[in-house]
Ligand binder design. Structure first.
Ligand code: CA
Length: 231
């Protein structure tokens, strides 16, 4: 499976170069031109690493970095800051805000690729044997595979993140707002009914043949939990 890199950069010429060079190295490349697009892309796709420009038109790279690190579903995604600034103080600032690595423009693509591979290896080692299970459902966090009764489930990224959150804390009841904060982060306004739509999709995805027990319990006037009993 190709790792997916999200390149956040407002210079379209640099985006094209990054895309060309990184795709050539076997990565999947998605791009975002500003902070808003970046945060949106994070909720829509499974991203393995972020290349983050320091100077963006709306939210600064530093601020995005902080937002991502506060966002429980996304906080472990490795981030490499890209910047034209080269002062040591800025580097420290960047790393303090939660970036894993830092590269000053102009940089060589061989160095960028080496740093990307180093970070991806580190994450892979940390997340090895990250298997979650509940009843007949097994989730492999590293490969993003969910299997139920030997059948691989087809779940979208939001449904995957919801299920992951439930499987990390089975039996615990979450309010819709808590689930929104987990999946989208606290900085975006999402209507609570949106969660109901994704819970419906998740239930449908988990019930691959129409014969499976519903494991996502509705707790009336509270929210949802991963549980055997239907409610
Ligand atoms: Ca820029």
């Amino acid at each position: 499976m190709k790792p997916t890199i999200l390149a956040v950069e407002d210079e379209t010429a640099l985006i094209s170069l990054l895309r060309y060079n990184l795709e050539h190295e076997g990565f999947n490349v998605l791009s975002a031109l500003d902070g808003k697009e970046c945060l949106l892309a994070l909720t829509k796709h499974q991203i393995n690493l972020i290349l983050l420009d320091w100077m963006l038109p709306d939210i600064s790279g530093i601020e995005i970095c902080r937002k991502i690190r506060r966002h429980s579903a996304k906080k472990d995604i490795p981030i490499i800051m890209l910047t034209a600034r080269s002062e040591e103080a800025d580097k420290v600032h960047g790393l303090n805000s939660g970036a894993d690595d830092y590269l000053s423009k102009p940089f060589s693509y061989s160095e960028l690729v080496a740093r990307i591979n180093a970070l991806l290896r580190r994450v892979q080692t940390i997340s090895m044997d990250k298997l979650l299970s509940f009843q007949d459902v097994e989730m492999d966090i590293t490969t993003h595979k969910v299997v139920r009764n030997s059948v691989q489930l087809k779940l979208g990224p939001i449904e995957f993140n919801l299920l992951k959150h439930f499987m990390e804390n089975p039996g615990r009841v979450y309010s819709r707002q808590q689930l929104i904060d987990f999946v989208w982060g606290q900085d975006i306004y999402i209507d609570e009914r949106t969660i109901d739509v994704h819970i419906r999709r998740l239930r449908k995805g988990m019930n691959f043949d129409g014969q499976q027990n519903n494991l996502i319990r509705t707790v009336r006037s509270v929210g949802y939990s991963l549980d055997l009993a239907e409610g």
